[in-house]
Design a protein around this ligand. Sequence first.
Ligand code: AMP
Length: 282
Amino acid sequence: MKVVTTVKEVKEQVKLWREQGFSVGLVPSMGYLHEGHASLMKTAKSQMDKVVVSVFVNPLQFGPNEDYDSYPRDLDHDIALCEEQGVDLIFHPAVEEMYGKNYNTYVVMETLGEELCGKSRPIHFRGVCTVVNKLFNIVTPDKAFFGQKDAQQLAIIKRMVKDLNMNLEIVGCPIIREEDGLAKSSRNTYLSAEERKAALILSKTIFLGQDMVKNGERDVKTLLDAMKKNIESEPLAKIDYVEVVDGETMQKVEKIENSVLTAMAVYIGNTRLIDNFIYECE
Ligand code: AMP
């Protein structure tokens, strides 16, 4: 496995692979890799000849008061995990390599990027779309792999690929959880022992909502009232949002029909965590 830091090196490697007829998959990440990321790599390995993982904490997707500086980083650990998963190339650029002098081009997702997480993180998806676009242009993958954990991000990337006629397939991969249910996240490392216990309220509430819908509940207000009440029972939790939206457009719905996304962002102390479930009506 190679670890490279420049766009030129990635392009040269991909060119060689193309000459040999290999298909190429991309797993974009911000590093501090865990089993959630590993599952994306596994899926990528099972479908592609060569797999590239990008490890880049993208400053563009963090707001001024967010955790860009404190975001956990551990390249040695990331290299070991990628090696274990049989990854072929890690792209680990410096910020200057991605956003050089006079950098001035951004990709903006309008309505989809303004809902849910977009309300409290107004520049977030502009940063995500911009960096993912750049990574697609650098790596030119046949397929790119994203986690359902970031459901809005996945919907936005799929929209961007469709809207801009991009020449690749986006593959969504299921949420990987800790044994007790908490969705795996690099940000879980911010939690104190007490907060870690309190954070279980997210997955417990997701499972509660999922059960209600499976048992036939179709009224969004009833579902959201029950879910919010459950979260509010945890003193360390503060709701950013809990919403039920159309899985493609991210617009609020009143009745559960077709494919709906129930998504939440909840602060546990100062740490903002997200979780969700998708329900496809038959
Ligand atoms: P990040 O490093 O947080 O930007 O995540 C990189 C990719 O891994 C994104 O596509 C995430 O959705 C995905 N991912 C992160 N955590 C999980 C998880 N627990 N289960 C599945 N995918 C995940």
